[in-house]
Write a protein that binds this ligand. Structure first.
Ligand code: CP
Ligand code: NVA
Length: 305
């Protein structure tokens, strides 16, 4: 049994296999429907934070695969508050075949996995967002036919989404560049891991503060919110620091002419991305969001069948 807690836990080969499976399941779904390979199986979805994509795509993925999903809201479980995580993990393991959890503290999803006897999937923590990264890699692969040698430039906060994106790029051979404001860097521990992966795949990592410099030659420009869930108290300060990092038409014009623009969503239009770019010809935002469904099916099938 294996969990899906971080991209860094998986080898490049395993990630490629997961992408191949996602492509297969997407085609199967589009040509009449998936086989019910998870018939009779249930995924518990534990949420400490709000969600549209993660909640609906996991739920629909389970239905398409013949199984079912159970939504447990932040008010219901009280992870580590109403009840110890070790107890929750052991209780849920007797009821369901897998657990997906969206948490604040990354240690909480690790703790769930430690005590659970069924697979645990990380549906976002403060440290990373591996399900998003797998869907992102699928989207990039579909647009360019490979990740190897592509230039992926992330502009904005060195946050959870950026960590998983950097790791999947470094694993699969894409050159990853980030431009973030000073003081909003990626965690050092995540950078250290990425450096190992980049060495293995012979890709490049570049850490900058200048967005214009970062997007030169970019095949992909990626951005995310300036204030992640749980950082609401910092919003006022962040709104002062981040405006030079907006992905707007002027910035996109600096990149490769066939550049695609990505955003995990939800977008704060007018802040990290303009309407013009989000709805413009370079935008991959909605195929990217839809790929959550297909990428997560691959995770579910690998872990649950
Ligand atoms: N991108 C993403 O995880 O979206 P949700 O927060 O809506 O699940
Ligand atoms: N970085 C964002 C991603 C939301 C999907 C957050 O954590 O709020």
């Amino acid at each position: 049994m294996k969990h899906f807690i971080a991209i860094s836990d998986y080898s490049a080969q395993e990630l490629k296999e997961m992408l191949d499976l996602a492509i297969f399941l997407k085609r199967e779904h589009q040509s009449g429907g998936n086989k019910p390979v998870l018939k009779g199986k249930v995924l518990a979805m534990v949420f400490q934070k709000p969600s549209l994509r993660t909640r609906v795509s996991f739920d629909m993925a389970m239905r398409h695969l013949g199984g079912d999903a159970l939504y447990l809201s932040p008010a219901e479980i009280g992870l580590g508050k109403r009840e110890a995580i070790s107890d929750i993990a052991r209780v849920l393991s007797g009821y369901v075949e897998a657990i997906m959890a969206r948490v604040f503290d990354h240690q909480h999803v690790i703790e769930l996995a430690k005590w659970s006897s069924v697979p645990v999937i990380n549906g976002l923590s403060n440290y990373n967002h591996p399900c998003q990264a797998l869907a992102d890699a699928l989207t990039i692969y579909e647009k360019f036919g490979t990740l190897k040698g592509l230039n992926v430039s992330y502009v904005g906060d060195g946050n959870n989404v950026a960590v998983s994106l950097m790791h999947i790029c470094a694993k699969l051979g894409a050159n990853f560049t980030i431009a973030n404001p000073k003081g909003y860097d990626l965690p050092e521990q995540a950078i250290n891991l990425a450096e190992q992966f980049a060495q293995e795949s012979q890709s490049k990592l570049t850490f900058l503060h200048d967005p214009l410099q970062a997007v030169k030659k970019a095949n992909v420009i990626y951005t995310d919110t300036w204030t992640s869930m749980g950082q609401e108290e910092e919003m006022e300060q962040r709104l002062k620091v981040f405006p030079p990092y907006q992905v707007n038409a002027q910035l996109v014009a600096e990149a490769d002419r066939d550049v695609i623009v990505m955003h995990c969503l939800p977008a704060h239009r007018g802040q990290e991305i303009t309407d013009e770019v989000a709805d413009g010809p370079h935008s991959a935002l909605f195929p990217q969001a839809h790929n959550r469904l297909h990428a997560q099916k691959a995770i579910l099938v690998k872990l649950m069948s």
